[in-house]
Design a protein around this ligand. Structure first.
Ligand code: SIN
Length: 278
């Protein structure tokens, strides 16, 4: 794809690209917006370096792509900005958000389309984020397995991923949503099909017996974790990652304890996952 207003350098042939020539603190013109959007559709996750954004500028960038999502059960760190999810680890942390492969908040009936993470403090080394291409995961399955998956749904539950948040918040609107989604999801923009089950949130496949569901999900998770479907992003302070939750999963490496890592995530609302035969 030819870009006029940005430069796009792929990290791998399969997933991930760095974008140059954009200042995310400034409102994006129509052409830049369209090209950033196209680069996201092409690469599933895009990265920007050396950005300086206020909370409002971060939210404004997110709003170009859709209404902003409020996490159902994370603590609200900024009363006036409930859309800001704080991503933080320090010498007290026993775990971090996103340590398991997942697609953000897939337990929502309408899970977020994308997430925009802006880290302002990073550990001296470690703390990378891994991303995986769920289209490739689906496309590389054998035909009989693809045919079997096409009729199945899966239950996703927030309490699997966020059980530890019960005590971590005093929110009175806290919710632990659950939802049933197709195992194979058609992307609403690209029309491509991808696997939509993840270790973080998926509980089981209700059409199958428990042992069948466990075995099939474990096979799919391992397949999704194939290194060839992945890229790995090395953060610097003031880097931004913007991923498409409809066709990418991610995994936050917690290998830097007791060092500090801090940032804000803005999450863009999405729509109800559906499956449409190719
Ligand atoms: C997340 O949004 O799942 C966290 C990702 C990260 O901290 O790298």
């Amino acid at each position: 794809m030819a870009y006029q207003s940005i430069e796009v350098r792929k990290l791998t042939p399969t997933i991930g690209a760095e974008i140059f020539g954009v200042d995310l603190a400034q409102p994006l013109g129509n052409q830049q917006f369209q090209e950033v959007h196209d680069a996201l559709m092409d690469n599933l996750v895009v990265f920007f370096r050396d950005q300086k954004m206020t909370i409002d500028q971060h939210k404004d960038f997110g709003r170009r792509f859709g209404p902003l999502h409020v996490h159902p059960n994370a603590p609200i760190a900024f009363k006036d900005h409930p859309e800001i999810l704080v991503i933080k680890a320090d010498e007290k942390s026993k775990h971090v958000a996103g340590e398991e492969w997942h697609s953000d908040v897939s337990c929502d009936v309408e899970p977020p389309m994308g997430s925009i993470l802006y880290l302002t403090e990073v550990p001296p080394n470690g703390g990378d984020t891994l991303f995986a291409n769920t289209y490739r995961a689906y496309e590389t399955l054998s035909e009989p397995i693809k045919r079997m998956l096409q009729g199945l749904t899966a239950l996703h539950d927030s309490s699997k991923a966020h059980y530890y948040r019960v005590k971590a918040t005093d929110r009175d609107d806290i919710k632990f949503p659950n939802a049933e989604h197709p195992v194979v999801r058609t992307h609403p923009v690209t029309g491509r099909q991808g696997l939509y089950v993840n270790r973080g949130f998926t509980l089981r496949i209700p059409q199958l017996k428990r042992n069948e569901s466990d075995a099939l999900l474990e096979m799919l998770y391992r397949h999704l974790e194939t290194p060839e479907f992945q890229c790995r992003f090395k953060w610097q302070a003031n880097s931004v990652a913007f991923w498409d939750n409809r066709c990418a999963q991610h995994h936050a490496m917690f290998d830097y304890f007791p060092n500090r890592r801090y940032g804000h995530r803005v999450t863009v609302c999405g729509d109800k996952p559906f499956y449409r035969p190719a």
